[in-house]
Design a protein. Structure first.
Length: 172
């Protein structure tokens, strides 16, 4: 998608309790930082503020995740074009251009916007997975958990048997 179709670029650094946001308004060229809560009503109120300000104009949103509560909260709004950006990309960009290399949520939100503005043509927009893909992902994650549980139980059993044998006890 062409970069000049967006009314604003938004970077969101996600956290459990709050989200740091950096917004670059393409009309004014101004940037602004804000913080919102991570609760669904806080996100909905923030989106409502964006709607009042920009109407239904397209807004590019950079995030460091492909799925999760924030993505699912934002994907229901048609005017938000979500760009999941690999956290390593953000970290490497920060290392390259931040002299202190200090991790900071507001700085990472700014970096997300900078990556969108300067390299948006190389970043694919988020597309929702098909129902079959979501089901397959759930099956794979369930299998992974079961395999992990089997390994954990096998290790516990092996350790218990080694303890019994090392104490001089004999198995009958």
């Amino acid at each position: 998608m062409s970069q000049d179709v967006y009314a604003a670029y938004i970077g969101i650094d996600w956290a459990d309790r709050k989200h740091d946001i950096y917004l670059h308004d393409c009309t004014t060229g101004e940037g602004e930082e804000s913080v919102i809560g991570s609760q669904p009503d806080a996100i909905a109120a923030w989106i409502e503020g964006l709607r009042k300000r920009y109407g239904n104009a397209l807004l590019a949103v950079g995030l460091e995740q492909k799925r999760g509560p924030l993505v699912y909260a934002l994907c229901q709004y048609e005017n938000l074009v979500l760009y999941p950006i690999n956290p390593r990309t953000v970290a490497n960009y920060r290392k390259a251009f931040q002299p202190s290399r200090a991790k900071s949520d507001p700085i990472d939100a700014r970096i997300l916007v900078e990556l969108l503005r300067k390299h948006g043509d190389k970043l694919p927009a988020w597309q929702p997975e098909s129902a079959q893909m979501r089901a397959l992902r759930q099956w794979v994650e369930s299998r992974r958990m079961l395999v992990g549980e089997k390994v954990r139980l096998t290790n516990r059993l092996t350790s218990a048997l080694k303890n019994i044998l090392s104490s001089g006890a004999r198995l009958v």
